[in-house]
Design a protein around this ligand. Sequence first.
Ligand code: ADP
Ligand code: MG
Length: 697
Amino acid sequence: MSADIKALDAPVTDLKGVGEALALKLARLRLETVADLLFHLPLRYQDRTRITPIGTLRAGHEAVIEGEVVAGEVVRGRRRSLLVRMRDESGILSLRFFHFSPAQQQQFHPGARVRAFGEARAGATGLELYHPEYRLLSSDAPPVEDHLTPIYPTTEGLHQSRLRALIDQALTCLESAPEALPDWIPASLRERFGLPELHACLITLHRPPPDADPDGLADGRHPASRRLALEELLAHRLSLREVRRHIQQDGAPPLPSGRNLQARFLTQLPFALTGAQRRVLDEIGVDLAREIPMLRLVQGDVGSGKTVVAAMAALSALAGNCQAAMMAPTELLAEQHYRTFRDWFAPLGIEVAWLAGKLKGKARLDTKAAIQDGRVRMVVGTHALFQGDVHFQRLGLAIIDEQHRFGVHQRLALREKGEAGGLTPHQLVMTATPIPRTLAMSVYADLDVSVIDELPPGRTPVKTVAMPDERRPDVVARIRHACVEGRQAYWVCTLIEESEALQCQAAEATRDELVEALPELAVGLVHGRMKAAEKAAVMAEFHAGELDLLVATTVIEVGVDVPNASLMIIENPERLGLSQLHQLRGRVGRGSAESFCVLLYRGPLSAHSRQRLAVMRDTTDGFRIAEKDLELRGPGEVLGTRQTGLAQMKIADLERDADLLPRVSPLAEALLAQHPEASRPLIRRWLGEQAGRYGQV
Ligand code: ADP
Ligand code: MG
């Protein structure tokens, strides 16, 4: 038996007939071991378990038919082909071959019995099967298949039949040594959660009985595939838990104080914190005071005031003799945060440094040196901050803004950054994407979550209207009116063309058009192809009120904060996701003036687009918008999970299997409580050897 047990994690080359060349092809499908073959599931199934009477066949159906050859002849239509007329008691049809040999032609003599499998099409002679698989039958016909025929995902040069035979071998290994593939979800939990047993699931999926529903099997609704999907989601969740455990094995600098510094900061702020901000800061404060790294996500709708929360947390780090770093996803936003922090911290005598990819030469070297020797303790920047060549003297807190895409890899990499001081920094991630709780638990299973569920007082919700492009002149008049009264406006040009260059050109053309239409206004432009310094200069002018109208591409989507701007025009809003529109719209409604957002669409709108724009018109609640967005576009798009492990799942699908999510967490907790030893093997099974070591995805 032990030889067989070894066989499941044995390389595929241990199987009969697998040499180097075939192993390479299998490797392209990430099939390296015998067990990998067992988890390589069919895309769909064919039913070859019964013979379909020709008379009942319909175009578009795949079926096995059996009958007698009436005539076989070469015909010259548009293309030369071999046409074989066949009949059974119920009807008549043709097999058609465009490529054929003389020997094949001979086979189909009148009276020969043939069994064929293929998809029926409506052809020149009625129903036809093009290039069917077929065999000539002698007197005793072999039985039909006794299970549905699986069609596997494959790769060039690897035939279905070959792959099927290899999986047969793997299934035989499994049969002879079932203990080699343990079901890590023990019977007691399977019973509690209503899950079928692992081996039965695999056998059903690879070799389904004739009465199984092939469509349900193929699209993941069958209990066997649901069980595997749940196991995969479970493995992902366990791996995130492991990442958390791994990071929290290290020590972090405890940052208990900071109250004095924070109090001095608050007295010079022009506003008081909201209750929600104070509550979240308390939660952060408890984490920071501990000697293990904080791993906390702060969710708060656009405009809920996350930046000041970040600043307060940073002050705790500084008061604790550590450095703090704040990372933003774009240069534009990093620049803005830099200015905010500089203004806020100057009265406290705290210097703030800026580091981004575009900072070059001596300035860059100087900044890096100051970070390394601890002369600066507050740093703001882009991802450049956390690259290999930046060394901190003693980084106590890393803040990541507007980055739900900041994945587990990056979180693990951050551990290295506190190194010089021998400690791992606390981590604070901030996002404006409010997502439903069960989904959050899957995506952020390694983070604690705090929610800022209150907007600062005095905000009036943004009024949103949708207008067709024909009403552009009215919209322009509206801008004139608002700006003459001292308010400011954004005009956002969205991506029509795929290329950024074209998008920027379009923004330039719009700027020119608006300059002409509004000669009395100062009009500026920012787009993604401008130099960082140019962009920053334009933003500074807009901030200072020197520009009335800012024409922009979606570079201003995240985080930009100019409270005096109270009108926003969004062109072609029908092309953007709802969450993105919500982010854009969040640039207005930040001050006390009543704000407006005009969705300037190009008609006619599809029913779907109209529905989406209606959502924007009807609500400003980010949570509801996110839910709608998830419903309309799916979680992959909305969360950017593409870049995380959840995107590369083999079987589970966040969208299709959304209803499984609420079961993942209780199952994980139960498993960890009763069978903690099952965690690593499950992670290894679904996420690979490397992840199994400490749950990295
Ligand atoms: P976001 O959560 O979208 O990042 P910001 O941190 O940019 O929001 O804050 C939005 C605006 O609200 C900023 O101008 C900020 O100064 C202001 N703000 C933040 N907190 C408060 C508060 N408690 N009272 C009044 N204004 C606030
Ligand atoms: Mg922000």
